[in-house]
Design a protein around this ligand. Structure first.
Ligand SMILES: Cc1ncc(C[n+]2csc(CCOP(=O)(O)OP(=O)(O)O)c2C)c(N)n1
Length: 580
């Protein structure tokens, strides 16, 4: 990287750190608090993301890229948007206030443009992956869009969430070369230091699912030390030391760090480290790659170079980087004191009068931010659904039938309309046939990036798979179902082409994907979910397959319209209406 650019980026990232930390401090200590309720905020979790997000927003990203930001880095995101000129200064003092900046990035409530809402950990990782699935689908059906990278910035403890592994494992998400996850590997969660060395296990899980795994582990001081003669034992021990022990170094006094680091170290390490003073040693040991802008950019470029599979980058960071609470085991919700804020302000060369300022326009950093702002400006979306939706398909029905049966027939009827059909896309978690999507699938086919040979000559279900197919089949994961529906329903925004997504699920198993359902609705996504059967029209399925509380779930979620058809004609009207 050009040394001048690096210098400017260093200056910018320091300002981002300051703004993010001060924003939280202000919300808790300066803003009048009439009810005395805790406001909260996460300075340490924000600090560990500073370099990753600086490298991305201030260097690597392009206008078409879409990024999901881990919940607790919301202050970092808004600080960046402010420096880029996309957020008015008045919002900096509104964090966690009604009508102000949301605690966690929100598509629907934040004043600046958020690509993916986050908050419920794990979902923010899966969302860009399914947005990538959606883009692959849109490109295949509506023509190739300008390249986008779909990026998730996630906390390491998020990898404990099962929905992440359901998403990674599903064949529908395979081979998406434009997806990158960056794990803020600060080795701390809310309660604790993540035990053991989990990264080896996670690496093999990702690799088994066909992902490229990269690490940004060492900063330049560590790299220099490893380049010294006789450093092998030191490097080995640095890689092997348990998380808990490494993390405890941050709580040691300067003259105790060495002994703590050497506890359990093999022979040769102590000898090699003798040449460094105590202060130098701590500088080296705490110099992790996730705070080295050049290493981060190089790694993001290496991720881009592999185009046939997703990449996960483990960026080693320090929770609380640059703050007095760095590495503290109890720093998750900790906030630095007013005195420490004062010291930090002075360290950044700011005063209470100018502390909220962006860079002066004529300064190097100001000019740089203006250039980045222009580079990240997105064109308006223009895609539309150009079709007239009928109010009824006049589907014929005599005698008694299940709503499940009727649903399949009505959908088939709707899809006969050549103006509407291109926009329809269905998905199901291995229940497509039993929820009666078969008729639609026979007509529209199953989506796969390549034409696949059909080995089954079944005349009833023509499961033809290829790029023109309009049904996306998932394995049995209702979380994946709702996450895919959520992203299909945002395709107008993410991929400049709105779709009409329809998912099917056995009604009681809506609860299995409920969090992703709520997530999609909160994100402003529009989709239809058909939980079959409605009411007790399939009573013989027994208790395990009857909806007991799903109707109330539908009624309770803000933004969801619940319909419980009892007649074929009602279902016909309601499905047409919900598409419209
Ligand atoms: C589904 C869900 N469960 C629990 C929480 C509460 N929570 C918020 S952050 C967090 C720990 C996250 O740790 P990590 O992902 O490592 O992020 P860090 O803050 O350390 O950067 C927890 C348990 C949540 N937001 N969502």
């Amino acid at each position: 990287m050009d040394p001048q650019e690096l210098k400017t980026l260093e200056e910018i990232q320091q300002r981002i750190l300051w703004l993010a930390v001060r924003m939280i401090d202000h919300a808790n200590h300066d803003r009048p608090n009439i009810d005395g309720l805790k406001v909260g905020g996460h300075q340490a979790s924000s600090a560990s993301m500073i370099s990753i997000m600086t490298a991305l927003y201030m260097h690597h990203l392009g206008a078409e890229d879409r990024v999901s930001v881990k919940p607790h880095a919301s202050p970092v995101f808004h600080s960046i948007q402010y420096l880029l000129g996309n957020l008015d200064k008045k919002y900096l003092t509104t964090l966690r206030q009604a009508g102000g900046l949301q605690s966690y990035p929100s598509r629907t409530k934040d004043p600046d443009t958020v690509d993916f809402s986050t908050g419920s950990v794990g979902l923010g990782a899966a969302a860009p992956l399914f947005a990538g699935v959606t883009r692959r689908y849109v490109d295949a059906h509506f023509g190739k869009r300008p390249e986008s990278r779909f990026i998730a910035l996630i906390g390491d403890a998020e990898l404990d969430e099962g929905n992440i592994w359901e998403a990674v494992a599903d064949p529908a998400t395979h081979a998406l070369g434009n997806v990158m996850w960056v794990v803020d590997f600060n080795r701390q969660s809310l309660d604790r230091v993540i035990p053991g060395i989990r990264i080896a296990q996670w690496r093999s899980q990702f690799e088994a699912a066909g992902w490229q795994v990269l690490e940004v582990k060492y900063g330049s001081k560590l790299k220099r030390a490893f380049a010294e003669k006789g450093s092998d034992a030191f490097k080995q021990w640095f890689d092997d030391i348990p998380n808990e022990q490494y993390q405890s170094l941050y709580a040691q006094k300067a003259d105790e760090v060495r002994a703590r680091f050497l506890d359990g170290a093999p022979s040769g390490v102590a000898e090699f480290l003798k040449k460094y003073s105590d202060a130098e040693l701590f500088e080296i040991l705490s110099d992790l790659g996730g705070h080295n802008l050049e290493s981060l950019v190089e790694t993001f470029e290496a991720a881009d170079a592999i185009t046939d599979r997703p990449t996960v980058v483990f960026a080693y960071t320090v929770k609380g980087w640059g703050l007095p609470i760095a590495g503290d085991p109890r720093n998750h919700s900790a906030q630095i004191s007013t005195e420490q804020i004062g010291a930090l302000r002075s360290k950044h060369g700011l005063t209470p009068e100018n502390e909220w300022n962006a860079f002066a326009l004529e300064s190097d950093a100001g000019k740089f931010c203006a250039l980045r702002s222009a580079a990240l400006r997105r064109p308006e979306n223009t895609g539309v659904i150009d079709a007239i939706i009928p109010i009824t398909t006049n589907v014929k029905s005599t005698g008694m039938t299940s709503t499940q049966e009727a649903f399949g027939r009505v959908l088939s009827e709707i899809s006969r309309d050549e103006k509407i059909r291109p926009y329809l896309v269905t998905t199901a978690p291995d229940v497509a046939t039993s929820t009666n999507l078969g008729g639609f699938i026979n007509r529209a086919g199953v989506f796969h990036p390549q034409d696949l040979r059909r080995w089954n000559e079944d005349a009833v279900l023509k499961w033809a798979e290829g790029p023109t197919g309009q049904h996306i089949e998932l394995g049995i994961s209702e979380m994946n179902l709702f996450m895919l529906l959520a992203m299909l329903g945002l395709s107008g925004d993410h991929s400049n082409q709105p779709l009409i997504p329809i998912g099917t699920v056995y009604d009681p198993f809506v609860l299995r994907g409920l969090d992703a359902f709520i997530y999609g609705v909160y994100s402003g996504s529009k989709f239809i979910i058909t939980g079959t059967p409605s009411g007790v029209t399939l009573a013989p399925e027994g208790g395990a397959h009857q909806s007991t509380i799903t109707p109330s779930v539908g009624m309770e979620i803000p933004g969801v319209v619940l319909m419980e058809p009892a007649y074929v004609q009602a279902l016909d009207w309601l499905l047409c209406d919900s598409i419209a």
